[in-house]
Design a protein around this ligand. Structure first.
Ligand SMILES: C[S@@+](CC[C@H](N)C(=O)[O-])C[C@H]1O[C@@H](n2cnc3c(N)ncnc32)[C@H](O)[C@@H]1O
Length: 205
């Protein structure tokens, strides 16, 4: 199931990469990444891996603010857009991160882990944990607040994308098995399907 889902996601995101590159980011995303940058600076963190980096807007923001950034994404078109912005970027599935153990001070994952089938999420979180240094910080944002798993029928991407969504208490319990959860924020963004954004700041202990 995992392989079929990521093959379809790769096709969907290759096809929407240029459109996404031209889309402005909403205010809550700008605020959340600034808050995370402030935290990284307070703690003197220097190296950051962005997974599901998309066209590289956030990677470029962190790099422009002095961090050493590495981007990874499933979609070759997205990776090309990252490289065009002067970012080091790799075509890579976040389930199989090809980096040494304890390599990064921080990992940033905005709206990408919502594509992981529910049975595979613990293994993906372990893959992220492995590449983080002890004490390293992990930013994750996903849409949730409802329970859902499957193809999003109203999706405009081709093929339609797979999503997994959790209630607030469910996603907090899952990540707390693997990381120390330091902060949870739910952001209401007036989503018609009843979804809100869930922002989780975690630490590898
Ligand atoms: C909704 S986009 C978000 C992109 C970017 N983080 C942003 O917020 O603009 C989700 C991204 O996750 C990537 N992605 C999905 N599944 C992935 C996987 N298994 N491994 C790596 N990247 C993945 C997609 O290719 C896509 O670029």
């Amino acid at each position: 199931m995992y392989d079929q889902i990521i093959n379809d996601l790769r096709t969907a995101y290759d096809g929407s990469a240029h459109k996404r590159d031209q889309t402005e980011k909403s205010a809550w995303k700008l605020e959340a990444r600034q808050d995370f940058l402030d935290l990284l600076r307070q703690e003197g963190k220097q190296t950051l891996l962005e997974i599901g980096a998309g066209p590289g807007h956030d990677g470029r923001f962190f790099q422009d603010n002095g961090l050493t950034v590495t981007c990874a994404d499933l979609s070759p078109e997205m990776v090309n857009l990252c490289r065009a912005k002067g970012l080091e970027a790799h075509v890579m599935d976040f389930l199989n991160l090809d980096f040494p153990d304890a390599h990064f001070d921080a990992v940033y994952a905005l709206n990408c882990l919502l594509h992981v089938p529910k049975p595979d999420l613990p293994a993906v979180l372990q893959s992220i944990r492995r590449v983080l240094k002890p004490g390293g910080l992990f930013f994750m944002a996903v849409y949730g607040g409802i329970e859902h798993e499957g193809i999003w029928e109203k999706d405009y991407h081709k093929p339609k994308r797979f999503f997994a969504n959790y209630l607030d208490e469910q996603i907090q319990a899952i990540v707390a098995e693997i990381f120390k959860l330091e902060r949870f924020t739910a952001v209401d963004n007036n989503n018609e399907a009843g979804l809100h954004s869930q922002i989780l700041i975690m630490r590898r202990t």
